[in-house]
Design a protein. Structure first.
Length: 266
C-alpha cells in the first residue's frame, strides 16, 4: 500500500516537471524567434537605407589600363599636331628670310616723314606746306583686289590689281578747316574718290558733303588733282606706297609667324 502511494507521488512530480520543462522550452523558443526576427528586420532596413559614407570600389586593372592608353594616345596626338605646326612655321620663316627677306622700311619719302607702327595695318605720313599748312596721309595695307579685263587685241582673261585706301587731310594753319581727300592708290597712279570739308575736330563743317568726285566737272577734277600734286600727293607717291606695303606685308607676316611659333612652343 505504501509502495503504491510512493509510486503515485513520484509519477505526479515527474509530470509536473515535464510540464515545467515544456513551458521553459516554449518561452525560450519565443525569445529566440523574437530576437531572430528583430535582427533580420534591422538588416533589411539597413540595406534599404542609403549609406551616408559609401565606399568607392577601386577600378579594376583593365579599366585603368584603358584610361592610361587613351591618355597616352591623346598626348601623342597633341604632340604630333604641335610638332607639325612648329615644323611648318619654322620652314616658312626660314624661306622668307632666305628668299624673300623684307627690306628696312624707309622713314622719309620726298617731303614726308613716315610713321610706321609694327603690328598695325596702316602707316601715316606727315608733311608741311609752303602756306604753313599741314598734310597728313593715312594709308592702309592692301585692302582688296579688283579684277580688270586685259587690254589689247590678243589679250584674254583678267588682271588682278590690288589697291590701297588713302586718306589725305590738308589744313592751312592752326584753327583752319580741313580738306579731306579719300583716294585709292593703284600700282602706278592715284585716284580721287571723294572730297570732304571738315572742321578741325573732324566733324563735317556743313551738312552737305559734296558730290562724288567723278560727277564733278572735268575742269574742277583737274584743278583738285593739281591741288594735291602741288603738295606732293601724286602718282609717284602711289608707287612708293605700293612698294612700302609689299615690304610691310612680308615684315608683318614674319612677325605673326614668330609670335605663333612662340605660343606653340610653350
Amino acid at each position: 500500500m505504501l509502495l503504491s502511494q510512493s509510486k503515485t507521488l513520484l509519477r505526479t512530480r515527474m509530470q509536473k516537471n515535464y510540464r515545467l520543462m515544456a513551458r521553459l522550452v516554449q518561452v525560450a523558443r519565443r525569445i529566440f524567434l523574437f530576437k531572430s526576427s528583430s535582427s533580420c528586420s534591422q538588416a533589411l532596413i539597413s540595406r534599404l537605407q542609403p549609406n551616408p559614407h559609401p565606399i568607392e570600389k577601386p577600378l579594376c586593372s583593365s579599366v585603368k589600363q584603358v584610361l592610361r592608353t587613351r591618355n597616352y594616345i591623346n598626348e601623342m596626338r597633341h604632340s604630333a599636331v604641335d610638332a607639325n605646326i612648329l615644323r611648318m612655321l619654322r620652314s616658312e620663316i626660314q624661306y622668307e628670310y632666305e628668299y624673300s627677306r623684307p627690306q628696312k622700311p624707309a622713314t622719309e619719302v620726298y617731303s614726308f616723314i613716315v610713321e610706321d607702327r609694327p603690328g598695325e595695318q596702316w602707316i601715316r605720313l606727315r608733311g608741311k606746306c609752303e602756306d604753313e599748312g599741314e598734310i597728313k596721309i593715312e594709308a592702309t595695307m592692301f585692302d582688296e583686289s579688283i579684277s580688270v579685263r586685259k587690254s589689247g587685241y590678243d589679250a584674254k582673261g583678267e588682271d588682278v590689281q590690288p589697291h590701297i585706301n588713302v586718306i589725305v587731310d590738308i589744313s592751312k594753319g592752326e584753327g583752319s578747316d580741313v580738306m579731306e581727300f579719300v583716294c585709292m592708290a593703284w600700282s602706278d597712279y592715284l585716284e580721287i574718290q571723294r572730297v570732304f570739308m571738315l572742321q578741325r575736330d573732324g566733324i563735317p563743317a556743313r551738312s552737305y558733303v559734296g558730290r562724288n568726285f567723278k560727277k564733278l566737272s572735268e575742269d574742277l577734277q583737274d584743278a583738285l588733282q593739281e591741288f594735291l600734286e602741288a603738295r606732293g600727293v601724286n602718282d609717284e607717291l602711289a608707287v612708293f606706297l605700293h612698294e612700302y606695303m609689299i615690304n610691310k606685308d612680308k615684315t608683318e607676316l614674319i612677325r605673326w609667324m614668330g609670335t605663333a611659333k612662340s605660343f606653340i612652343e610653350k
